[in-house]
Design a binder for this molecule. Structure first.
Ligand code: PEP
Ligand code: MG
Length: 592
């Protein structure tokens, strides 16, 4: 009997292989006390284990930098910093000296204390930090106990799917895509450092599967789809057939994508659709360009703050923004200012714990309250305008006052740059993301103060329907084809057109065929998506007619339910396209 488990997609791709259960748990540390004379020896041993771990991490950072790039390599910084953390070091030394514990026991106690302190919150950002802490804990404890380094992965046979409760960056960075075909974990998030590495290494991964490490058996056959977040253990021949059909289609698409990348993005009846890429890391820019993006519609800048102990310096930000601008010398690059809060909590801001973080101190609200953080980013952005068509985009705007305040700050920073003789291009554009019903309904006013609108449907759907986008239990209710969402999209498109400003969509809706059909029907012809979706979406666009989309959208606007909206779209597409070939989340509502 096959077992199907659904989790969250963490790294694209389809994999088939044999389960390799990875047990990298925290080792058992015996409780021993020391003779008075042994204390200083243990202190020494602790310091030397620390020095050894720092060296190992620096080595790993170097290998990662060579293999994947400088940004990915920084993933090891939090652990290197933790080794120097006074609270950690002094706490451990106190346990050795005052409680006469062995170095390993003292270190374990201190780490468990820190873990307990941090686990009180359920913030994914802190959870990611806990994951770093665990990684470090295992490495140092094993060293002190005289065991092997856990990152020396035992026998990586070819063609395995690694199954584990969770993973760590140092484990993943040692995996080779030739050996490890896929990763499936009980816990973890898409933003975990190890998941970011898995994406860069192109190892398909699914996280948050709950019990996969308990349900899977060593050597069992498994298939995994990192695009929809599904794992099937002991799949039936039909299931294998479905997966391998998708796999073949993907491989075929990958081969086709370089060809498609150079084709025009136009519908059968001649409507040009501008396709841009969403980037989470600057290193993705080259892939995005190779997959046919003509610009960057959303560059999320949170990678600069995730897991960092200090605010990112202006120079580092400037280099990152400039790197993306350089990758798109002819295209526009929309850089979103820090979208913190919600599910992203940088360590250095000491953000208060909130009952409803998605309704709380988030995005533009944080930036306006933290001028040092925000002004540094604005300066870096202004400097980057000298190197390309950089456009600044503000998340979660509700009120024109927020835009006015940012403009005033920008003017002041421009004056400073002028005084210092630093170049920038004063013709840059500043626009807002439409992510709340308030912004959509107040679009007329916002359009007077914005150079463009970019609709963030991921948030717009969550706020319109009052459905937490991260709550897997509510996933069936999180439906972007709800009539209320369709009407808001229509309203924003109409207002933008009347005001003569560009309206684009950069939420996930733009990476699904039904979503694209709806958006084109509403006359939104600028779309931005994660780069792996670009070829299939372009192919879809080349197979449809915008006139059909408009007719379907008109019907959808009058449809009484989400189901009816979906039906209008499916019917409008007709048999021009086989919708079953698409792997996006909402294509699943189309019968397989
Ligand atoms: C959105 O909300 O649709 C969006 C693109 O931003 P994010 O997913 O980063 O919140
Ligand atoms: Mg958003």
């Amino acid at each position: 009997m096959s077992v199907t488990l659904d989790g969250s997609p963490a790294a694209e791709g389809i994999a088939e292989g044999t389960v390799f259960l990875l047990d990298w748990g925290i080792p058992v540390v015996p409780h021993e006390t020391l003779e008075e004379g042994a204390i200083e020896g243990e202190v020494e041993r602790f310091h030397s284990a620390r020095a050894w771990a720092a060296e190992r991490l620096e080595e790993m950072k170097k290998v990662t930098e060579e293999r994947l790039g400088a940004v990915e390599a920084r993933i090891f910084d939090p652990q290197i910093l933790m080794l120097e953390d006074v609270e950690l070091v002094d706490g451990t030394l106190r346990y050795i000296r005052e409680n006469r514990l062995t170095a390993q026991r003292a270190f374990e106690w201190r780490m468990l204390e820190l873990q307990a302190m941090w686990s009180r919150t359920r913030n994914p950002m802190v959870l990611d930090r806990l994951n770093d802490l665990e990684d470090l804990m295992i490495r140092v404890l094993r060293r002190l106990l005289g065991d092997n380094d856990p990152t020396d992965l035992p026998g990586q046979a070819e063609g395995v799917i690694v199954v584990a409760p969770n993973l760590t960056p140092s484990l993943v960075v040692r995996m080779h895509p030739d050996h490890v075909r896929g990763i499936a974990t009980d816990h973890g998030t898409r933003t975990a450092h190890w998941a970011i590495l898995a994406r860069s290494l192109e190892i398909p991964s699914v996280v948050g599967l709950g019990t996969v490490s308990r349900q899977a058996r060593e050597g069992q056959h498994a298939v995994l789809d990192g695009r929809i977040g599904r794992v099937v253990l002991d799949p039936t021949p039909e299931e294998i057939g479905r997966f391998s059909e998708r796999q073949q289609r993907l491989t075929h698409w990958e081969e086709e994508s370089s060809l498609i990348a150079s084709l025009e993005s136009v519908t059968l009846d001649g409507q040009y659709v501008e396709l841009r890429a969403n980037l989470d890391l600057p290193a993705e820019a080259a892939q995005a360009a190779a997959h046919g993006a003509v610009g960057v519609g959303l560059f999320r800048t949170e990678f600069l703050v995730v897991g960092r102990a200090a605010m990112p310096a202006e120079e580092e930000q400037y280099e990152a923004y400039r790197a993306v601008a350089d990758a798109f010398p002819k295209g526009a690059v929309y850089i979103r200012t820090f979208d913190l809060g919600g599910d992203k909590f940088p360590m250095f801001l000491n953000m208060p714990q909130e009952e409803n973080p998605f309704l709380g101190w988030r995005a533009i609200r944080v930036c306006l309250d933290e001028p040092e953080l925000f002004r540094t980013q604005l300066r870096a952005l202004l400097r980057a305008t000298a190197h390309g068509d950089i456009r600044m985009m503000l998340p979660l705007v509700n009120d024109v006052e927020e835009v006015r305040r940012v403009r005033a700050m920008l003017e002041e920073e421009e004056d400073r740059l002028d005084r210092d003789g630093i170049p920038y291009n004063s013709g840059y554009k500043l626009g807002v993301m439409i992510e709340t019903p308030a912004a959509a309904l107040d679009a007329v006013e916002l359009a007077r103060h914005s150079d463009f609108f970019s609709i963030g449907t991921n948030d717009l759907v969550q706020y319109t329907l009052a459905v937490d986008r991260t709550n897997t239990r509510l996933a069936p209710l999180y439906n972007p084809f709800h009539p209320a969402v369709v009407r808001l999209l229509h309203q924003v498109a109409r207002v933008g057109r009347a005001a003569g400003i560009e309206v684009s969509v950069c939420g996930e809706l733009a990476s699904t065929p039904l979503g694209v059909f709806l958006l084109l029907g509403l006359d939104i012809t600028t779309l931005s998506m994660a780069w792996p979706s670009l070829p299939e979406i372009k192919k879809f666009i080349r197979d449809i007619r915008v006139e059909d989309a408009r007719t379907a959208a008109r019907k959808a606007l009058a449809a009484p339910s989400s189901k009816a909206v979906t039906e209008c779209l499916v019917e409008g597409i007709g048999d021009r396209v086989d919708l079953r070939v698409f792997s996006g989340r909402w294509s699943l509502s189309v019968p397989e």
